[in-house]
Design a protein around this ligand. Structure first.
Ligand SMILES: C[S@@+](CC[C@H](N)C(=O)[O-])C[C@H]1O[C@@H](n2cnc3c(N)ncnc32)[C@H](O)[C@@H]1O
Length: 263
């Protein structure tokens, strides 16, 4: 590792040890992923929750190749990857994620409390595709109660009572989840993210989210004692993350020096 990357890594490591969570200055997800690689960070899990190609964030003709291009920067550097979106959008990705990631499962987040704004089917679900490398572990035991944990440790368990692939949690809207609402237009509930974190990691593992929005992943990681690196392209949303998690972003100079060094 070169001089600036060693300094930057030591600096970020010290913040991860102190706060558990780190937010980078505003940057594009591809650049953030490149940075992770340069710094030698290999996330146990990467959360990818882009704009949904409808409504907020606009519509892109090239949405699928655009997202695939972003993912190609992390596919061999993360053990697990979750890709979020509306079902009809993520369905286009099922067999397209680059190796060594392999498709694991289609997850559904189901909510009943979406206020109806159209004449037609009222949207009540988002989809999340789970991909993982062959060697990547899953941890259903993180969901056990103490009795189940004991039986599991004694290898005395016939069925593993893992979590279901449909996660039911209300949408953060109105008074629902008021305490965690940051003002970000597409913020997910912490409880939804906690399940994904528990299934794919153990305490102190590194979780990464380069489209972190209102910082939900950081809040979930604080609760569950995982380390977390976040970034987002928007200065406004990085400010939300700083406020929510009571942290300060990594100074731009640290990142610029590092990128200059490898240019
Ligand atoms: C759906 S929101 C994420 C919400 C987040 N999961 C939460 O719970 O708060 C999508 C986020 O991705 C960010 N984003 C979109 N395209 C990006 C890109 N190419 N690079 C970095 N961030 C991007 C947006 O600024 C937005 O905050």
């Amino acid at each position: 590792m070169k001089k600036n990357s060693t300094t930057a890594k030591l600096y970020i490591d010290s913040l991860l040890d102190k706060n558990g969570v780190v937010v980078l200055p505003p940057m594009d997800a591809s650049e953030s992923m490149r940075l992770m690689y340069l710094l030698g960070y290999h996330p146990q899990m990467t959360m990818l929750d882009p704009w949904y190609n409808r409504g907020t964030g606009g519509v892109r003709e090239d949405y699928v190749p655009y997202i695939l291009d972003i993912i190609s920067n992390i596919s061999d550097n993360t053990n697990h990857l979750f890709l979020w979106g509306f079902p009809e959008i993520v369905a286009q990705f099922i067999n397209k994620i680059p190796p060594p990631l392999e498709f694991v499962c289609w997850l559904t987040w189901y909510y009943k409390n979406n206020p109806s704004v159209i004449r037609g089917w009222r949207s009540s679900q988002q989809a999340c595709l789970h991909y993982a490398q062959k060697k990547a572990k899953m941890y259903p035991q993180n969901f056990f109660n103490p009795q189940q944990q004991l039986r599991f440790e004694e290898s005395n368990m016939r069925f593993i009572p893992g979590p279901t692939s449909v996660i039911e949690e209300p949408l953060l809207v109105g008074f629902i989840g008021k305490k965690e609402q940051t003002g970000h237009p597409s913020q997910k509930p912490e409880k939804v993210y906690e399940k994904l974190v528990l299934m794919t990691s153990m305490e102190n593992d590194l979780i990464y989210d380069p489209m972190a929005g209102g910082g939900t992943i950081g809040a979930a990681c604080k609760t569950l004692r995982r380390k977390c690196i976040m970034s987002d392209m928007s200065d406004e949303y990085v400010k939300l993350i700083e406020k929510r998690l009571k942290i300060k972003r990594i100074p731009l100079k640290v990142v610029d020096d590092l990128l200059l060094e490898v240019a």
